[in-house]
Design a protein around this ligand. Structure first.
Ligand SMILES: [Zn+2]
Length: 67
């Protein structure tokens, strides 16, 4: 798999929707790609908001780190 394709997997990895083999491949890429580390962190905020929304929490009730 080409690096550009691995970069595209950052969102899917953050959402936990990659299969086991693709997640392992992405984690190996993540060890050497600062851009993807940043993307996964950024998507992590979105994932947190989605989880809060799924549990019926409004943004005003999120912890300060998630705002
Ligand atoms: Zn990358």
């Amino acid at each position: 798999m080409r690096a550009v394709e691995l970069h595209r997997d950052a969102g899917a990895y953050a959402l936990g929707v990659l299969g086991a083999a693709d997640a392992c491949r992405f984690e190996r890429h993540l060890a050497d790609c600062a851009a993807c580390v940043l993307r996964v962190r950024e998507f992590g905020v979105v994932v947190h908001h989605l989880a809060a929304y799924a549990h019926g929490l409004r943004p005003g009730h999120l912890p300060p780190s998630a705002r």
